[in-house]
Design a protein around this ligand. Structure first.
Ligand code: ITT
Length: 194
């Protein structure tokens, strides 16, 4: 069994990585499976920078191959906010019901376009580092809808599905999501290295 360590403590991300990687024969571990906590300072200004900071911090601490995800929602009418600050937007402890309602109110009467962005960085055991980007375009829904997924999924209306990404199965979300796109590109690279 091939093992992949993901530099995330977000259990929803871990679930999505598992759903996509386990069928390919990978066993997924995350920060939560490590015996001690490793501090990661997300000081970057871009998804690329933060994703590489997460992967490199873990690689340097443990010496093994590491994959990391940095992602977020960019709302056109908010000049791309919350972007890399998506998790910290309105405070880490603020509920997503409040964050999502704030964004719905903020785009009222404005252009509703938005996108989810994900950059996955992979650092191999020998330190070789590569990154993969995935973007999915959609719109901010006019109400909170759906109870699947996480974070901003309940307000992310995906036109081809005629509903939000919180209202479809994990499989349907992964098939079109920013994370799914970036991860499939990374897996192609991994296959070439086997
Ligand atoms: P790690 O740093 O431990 O990976 P995190 O949640 O803090 O966990 P990020 O810094 O990459 O990760 O922030 C990502 C945030 O962007 C996430 O907490 C959500 O608010 C939002 N987000 C990213 N992908 C999403 C998705 O698929 N669906 C809904 N919201 C998403």
């Amino acid at each position: 069994m091939k093992e992949i360590l993901i530099a995330t403590s977000n259990s929803h991300k871990v679930e999505e990585f598992k759903e996509m990687l386990e069928p390919l024969g990978y066993q997924v571990r995350s920060l939560k499976d490590l015996p001690e906590k490793i501090e990661i300072n997300e000081t970057g200004k871009t998804f690329e920078e933060n994703s590489m900071i997460k992967a490199m911090t873990l690689h340097q601490a443990l010496g093994c191959a590491v994959m990391a995800d940095d992602s977020g929602l960019m709302v056109d009418a908010l000049d791309g906010a919350p972007g890399v600050y998506s998790a910290r937007f309105m405070g880490e402890d603020t509920s997503y019901d409040l964050k999502n309602q704030y964004i719905i109110d903020a785009v009222k009467g404005k252009e509703r376009g938005a996108q989810f962005v994900c950059v996955i960085s992979y650092v191999e055991k020998d330190g070789t580092a590569t990154s993969y980007k995935g973007v999915v375009r959609g719109e901010i829904n006019d109400c909170i809808l759906g109870d699947k997924g996480f974070g901003y999924d309940p307000i992310f209306y995906y036109p081809p599905y005629h509903t939000t990404l919180a209202n479809v199965s994990e499989e349907m979300k992964n098939a079109v999501s920013h994370r799914g796109i970036a991860l499939r590109a990374c897996v192609e690279y991994l296959k070439g290295r086997e």
